[in-house]
Design a protein around this ligand. Sequence first.
Ligand SMILES: [Zn+2]
Length: 199
Amino acid sequence: MAEIKVLIEGIHKFLDEGKLRICSTVTLIKSDKNILVDTGSFLDKDKLIEGLKKEGLTVEEIDIVILTHLHLDHLINIYLFKNAKIFCKFNGKSSGQFHIPSEECLKRTEIEDNIKIAKDVEFLLTPGHTPDSISVVVNTNKGKVVIAGDAFPKEEFVDLESQEFLGYGQDMEFDTEEEAQRFLNNLDSREFKRWVEEK
Ligand SMILES: [Zn+2]
């Protein structure tokens, strides 16, 4: 069974000065390979290196990095992992890309549901937040865990039935940033619900 450790907890918060503090969750999977899911924000680089150190790992020892999608707060520290294969999907297409450092070239591979990338670790396509969002399904001794990137924008979102969905044609003027954010979150959940229903 694989083990999972959250190295950095994600944050998406407006600070008092109107600035947005934003960082993806960064998750380590220990299987037959060392896998990192998302890499966090630039400001969290040291925290990330420190988190790996606590797990007895260096950036060089990460074998695979999976980017759940290509928003900056998920990908900006990717350059640290020079020995890793990088998996991401782009432009909503099924093909992704990985880097094989020893061959100094880029190769493409299909990223689809149920493709196994290590022991007890596989992909699950979860479009909604972006068309090309992917999740990672991990078998652990506590059961199946899905690392879903931004597919779940908030905790309450886990209960899809409790979500209120806004209709199309909504007036796009917002008085506050919170209101705008609320609209975006609901937009995500609506798209996600549609995707779940289609499946
Ligand atoms: Zn995002």
